[in-house]
Each structure stands twice: as C-alpha cells, then as structure tokens.
Design a protein around this ligand. Structure first.
Ligand code: C2E
Ligand code: MG
Ligand code: MG
Ligand code: MG
Length: 280
C-alpha cells in the first residue's frame, strides 16, 4: 500500500518507529548520487603469512563516506545496490580504485602485493565481466595476477559458472571462494571448478576453542584443500587461541583483527614501506 503512494511515502512513517526502513529507502535513493559524487572509498585488510609474518595480500573492502551519516559499512548498502543493479557500476568503481592504488604503490617503489576484490552475484552474471575487468587492469598497466577475485559458493554453483571462471583463470586472475562452508554447495565443485584459494568463514574460526564441531569442520576443510592443492586462508582471526589452533593444523594464511583491521590506503602504504625495507 505504502509503495503505491510513490517514492516519497517514507516521509509519513514515524522516524522512531521505522528508522531502518527509512534509512533503507534513503540509501536506495542516494546510491546513484554517491557514485556521481565519488563518495565510495576502499579500505584494505592485510592477509598475513604466519610463518614469515609478512603481508602476502590485501582484501579491498568498500565503504561509503556519506556526507551526513559518515562511513557506512558494506553490509548496509551492498544488498540494496545488488537489488537495484547499481552494484555493477559500483563494483567497477571499486576495481578502478583498487587498480589505481596498486599502480600508485608500484610507482612508489613498493614490492607488488596481490589485492583481493569481492565480486557480487549480479556482477558475476554480467556477460562481459571478464573483459571489463581485464580492460581496467590493462588501463592501469597491471597484470591479472596482481588481482584475486572473491566469489561465494552460491555464485560459483549458479547455472554453470565454470566457463567464466575458466576464462578469468586463463587470463591470469586468481579466484578465491569467500565465506567458505556457509552456503549451499557441493564438494564436487571443488573438484571441477578452476579456483585457487578457499577462505574459511569467520563463523567457524569464531568457534575455535569454544566448539569442537567448528574445530572439526576447519580441520576437514584444511585436509581437503591441502589434498586438492588449494590455498587456504582463515578469515576473522581475533585471538591467540584461534591463531595457535590454525597454525597447529597447518593453516598459515590468516586475515583478522589480531593482525590488522581494514585500513585506509595511507596506513597500508606505511606497512608496505616497512615491509620493503630489508631487515638486518
Ligand atoms: P567479506 O568479503 O567476507 O569480508 C570480510 C569482512 O570481515 C569485512 O567486513 C572485514 O572487516 C571483517 N573482518 C575481518 N577480520 C575480522 C575479524 O577479525 N573480526 C571481525 N569481527 N570481522 C572481521 P566489511 O568490510 O564490513 O565487509 C562486509 C562484507 O561486505 C564483505 O564480507 C563482503 O561480502 C562485502 N563487501 C565488501 N566490499 C565489497 C565490494 O567491494 N564489493 C562487494 N560486492 N562486496 C563487498
Ligand atoms: Mg571477501
Ligand atoms: Mg568472507
Ligand atoms: Mg562475505
């Protein structure tokens, strides 16, 4: 009923009664403007090789710097952008920001570091996705191996995505499966799909030393990945207990607040500089 009354109907809701609904409507209406006004920015979270302590990669995570509301996290607006289709130009914007940043670090003389970019389902269904990404990478004089593309299990499984994955893989991009173990999928796709890495979801990592079942699942994931020659990274590592468990079970790539939260590019630049300096 409210819908029929036009797009301004949200003004008639009581703010205190429906703050969420109103915010959602406002986000929907202002996403396009945000794109035009360059209000999206990218934070980067380091991925660490625990054996060497070095950053082996970064994950690019979008934020919306809203003029009135401040930094809005992706979970608040990505699903809305997905619904409206705006995720396609927003995703392209993220790729451009990431490539420009990677290029700038390269020109500043830092050692190259792989950057992982999250793709959304809608983006992944675009027919010319592979060529769009390749064009952006080329424009920045980067190579596909400088980027990793993160997709989820549902995306990988959906009406035979093997073709596009193979195309991206052949171009030289690495592919990782995000939030691994949390969606509908079958183990057969691990055998059939051209992927490079799985990211153990932080819901499992959170159960370490609290829930035997989570620990069992993580151990099984590591075993399978290892046998299939897939790299594994654990997400959301926050405690020393979690880190120790992962190391004891031969998971050496981790990402989580225990090392670094996602940070603006300038902060990451400082970390890259430290890492580029040879240690005595
Ligand atoms: P994700 O890809 O699984 O990203 C990891 C999320 O976990 C990030 O949240 C990160 O800040 C958070 N995280 C990392 N380490 C820890 C930890 O130790 N503890 C806790 N509690 N959280 C940790 P963020 O940045 O809010 O992003 C949320 C989700 O939004 C992402 O989940 C991803 O699905 C989506 N997203 C982010 N950027 C993009 C983007 O550029 N495009 C698309 N399509 N989706 C994006
Ligand atoms: Mg991700
Ligand atoms: Mg994840
Ligand atoms: Mg996710």
């Amino acid at each position: 009923r409210a819908k029929e009354e036009g797009k301004n109907q949200y003004r008639f809701y009581d703010r205190t009664m429906y703050p969420e609904a109103e915010e959602t409507m406002e986000i929907k209406n202002s996403l396009r403007k945000a794109l035009e006004r360059n209000e999206f920015l990218v934070h980067y979270q380091p991925q660490i090789d625990v054996m060497t302590g070095k950053m082996i990669g970064l994950e690019a995570l979008i934020r919306w710097n809203h003029p009135k509301r401040g930094l809005i996290p992706p979970n608040r607006f990505i699903p809305i952008a997905e619904d409206t289709g705006l995720i396609v130009p927003i995703g392209e914007r993220v790729l451009r920001i990431v490539c420009a940043q990677s290029r700038a670090w390269r020109q500043a003389g830092y050692a190259p570091i792989r950057i992982a970019v999250n793709l959304s389902a809608r983006q992944f269904s675009e027919k010319d996705l592979a060529h769009t990404i390749k064009r952006i990478v080329d424009e920045h004089e980067l190579s596909p191996s400088d980027l990793e593309l993160e997709i989820t299990e549902n995306m990988a499984m959906k009406d035979d995505k093997q073709g596009i994955l193979q195309e991206l893989r052949d171009m030289g991009f690495t592919i990782s499966i995000d939030d691994f173990g949390t969606q509908y999928s079958s183990l057969a796709y691990l055998k059939n799909l051209p992927i490079d890495r799985i990211k153990i979801d932080r819901s499992f990592v959170g159960g370490i030393s609290r829930d035997n079942k989570d620990e069992a699942i993580i151990m099984a994931m590591l075993l399978i990945a290892n046998r299939l020659n897939l790299a594994v990274i654990a997400e959301g590592v926050e405690t020393h207990e979690q880190l120790t468990f992962l190391q004891d079970n031969h998971c050496h790539e981790v990402q989580g607040f225990i090392f670094h939260k996602p940070q603006p590019a300038e902060e990451i630049g400082r970390l890259l500089l430290l890492q580029s300096v040879p240690v005595e």
